[in-house]
Design a protein around this ligand. Sequence first.
Ligand SMILES: [Zn+2]
Length: 363
Amino acid sequence: MTTSPQRAETARLVKEAADIVTVIGEHVQLKRSGANLKGVCPFHAEKTPSFMVQPERQTFHCFGCGEGGDVFTFVMKYHNLTFPEALQELAQRFNVTLPERAGGGGQDQEQAQKRQALLDANEQAAILYHRLLLEAPEAADARAYLAKRGVPAELAERFRLGYAPNRWDFLVKALPAAGLDLEMALAAGLIVKKEHGGFYDRFRDRVQFPILNLSGQIVGFGGRILGDGQPKYLNSPESPVFEKGRVLFGLYQNREAVRQARRCLLVEGNFDLLALLAHGFANAAAPLGTALTPAHIRTLKGYCDETILLFDGDTAGEKAATRAVPLFLSEQVTARVVLLPGSHDPDTFLAEYGAEELTKMLA
Ligand SMILES: [Zn+2]
């Protein structure tokens, strides 16, 4: 990795603007400890805080695992980014203008540019899907479906829900028209390559849930089919911006509520999460149709003291909960399992019994 004087200067400006306590404090609960701040380390399993942030020196250090460095080190390690990516992300957040190629060129810089192009493709797709859901005649069934599932318009707005139309070439035509590169849309998993040349849309006739990372960027989509087609739920494939084992649906939008409640309700489905919100339970998140990972749990522990696994009462839900509990134990994070009666999921349970009954089950 080459270091140009320009890059060093840019890094200095970003570092000056990006206060380390603000940046780390978003993901780790920090408490004052003399001149420093202390928290539970997001990089190793521990219950007693040994992770220190030193505002004076703008550094962090963990006495448990030895991890440490400056604000860039933290962002790179926490969000799994290269240096140019971390630089770009912090610059954007703290309004520092980056000169072209501030990353200094090379492979890392190329990777950062590709990452940004994938995020741009996802963002543009979300805008197109969302507009369609709100306005298009061909999205009438999608609107009716959301109404039937009890999703208030306010939530559809906040989560930027969308509709992928029943067409093979919606994004294939609309993305280039918006100035986006189809190769990047392909890499983001929005479209698929045809065997004999050309592309087609991956998501068709689906209600689209944008999946946000903890920086609020759209890293992928979850799509629920409207008709009887298979699969019922389809997620974006993994990509340089999307690792399913690290992202939790809804956590970005609900992070303040999770922080305030000191507790996170973990549910299995996107509609479960929206149902919880519609009934006043804002402190929820959902894994993306994958088993929970240590990375999920380390993310959660920066936001809350306790996780409640609110899983379906069926055998699959029971199995998933049984698998997850040892993980929480090994990460030293407090977790409880609440299995809903019968074959209810949170969505159907709330529809039948209401918020009060759920509150009782969570107590
Ligand atoms: Zn540590």
